[in-house]
Write a protein that binds this ligand. Structure first.
Ligand code: ZN
Length: 262
């Protein structure tokens, strides 16, 4: 199994540790001990994207995604985009993400967010990379902008949080939905229902570590080693064997990111 979305730099920061090669080694060996043999570490600023590319260069189990998160786009310049593009060209960068729209925090007004989202879509298309989307309370605009721009070949909705109608719409469009630890929460029956609408070959699983820690570890920082809880939660929600789900997710990881998940 592999973790389709984690922030290894933010994990270190939250733990009050240096985001060193040793830290990454420790996180990934804990993960490997429970069968999580790879992770994508996802950038949310230019500096974080730079860190992610470096982590992926150093560690064979780590891949990178680069982008500037919709809550971090204020002040983003053409020079920043040039650097993102240079970083994204690295062969260990498997996605442009996370990018998208965030109408919950709205740190930047929606129209400006949309312009930056369009630039990230363009980058993904020009470089032939998968687009990794953050959508918070912005579902209609995210789907509309993807339609208007024409989506890249591979689109992943990270930490999918929509209902079954949204899941159906994404599935029809050919998008892949990545489910986080929220699927294990008692108060998430709508998310479990949404998962039942997704064919096995359009599913991924992720931690979004250090965030969205699965039950029963809520309240502590998340880590790739906790991914199996999300896997079994998702398997139960869609009434599939864990082994079958894992095999399908590995095949999807290969197709979408070129990652061999063990
Ligand atoms: Zn994230």
């Amino acid at each position: 199994m592999f973790d389709a979305h984690a922030h290894l730099d933010a994990m270190a920061q939250r733990a009050g540790l240096e985001a060193s090669a040793q830290f990454v080694d420790d996180v990934m060996s804990d993960a490997r001990a429970v069968g999580v043999v790879a992770a994508i570490t996802v950038g949310d600023t230019v500096a974080s994207s730079r860190w992610c590319v470096q982590a992926a260069a150093r560690h064979p189990d780590v891949y990178a995604a680069v982008a500037v998160h919709p809550t971090e786009i204020a002040g983003l310049t053409d020079t920043d985009y040039a650097e993102l593009e240079r970083l994204a060209a690295d062969e260990r960068v498997v996605a442009i993400g996370e990018t998208g729209l965030d109408y919950y925090w709205v740190r930047t007004e929606p129209h400006a967010q949309q312009e930056h989202f369009r630039r990230h879509i363009d980058l993904a298309k020009r470089l032939g990379k998968t687009l990794m989307i953050h959508d918070r309370d912005a579902r209609a605009d995210v789907l509309r902008i993807l339609r208007e721009e024409g989506p890249p070949e591979q689109v992943v909705f990270h930490a999918f949080s929509g209902d079954i109608a949204m899941a159906r719409e994404c599935v029809t469009a050919g998008y892949v939905l990545s489910f986080p630890g929220v699927i294990t929460f008692k108060n998430a029956p709508a998310l479990r229902e949404a998962a039942t609408a997704v064919p096995l070959d359009q599913l991924l699983v992720e931690t979004d570590a250090p965030f969205l820690t699965p039950h029963p570890h809520r309240g502590t920082p998340n880590a790739p080693r906790l991914l199996p809880l999300t896997v079994s939660g998702l398997a139960a929600a869609i009434e599939q064997e864990v082994a079958e789900l894992c095999a399908a997710v590995r095949a999807t990881g290969k197709r979408v990111f070129g990652i061999d998940g063990g």
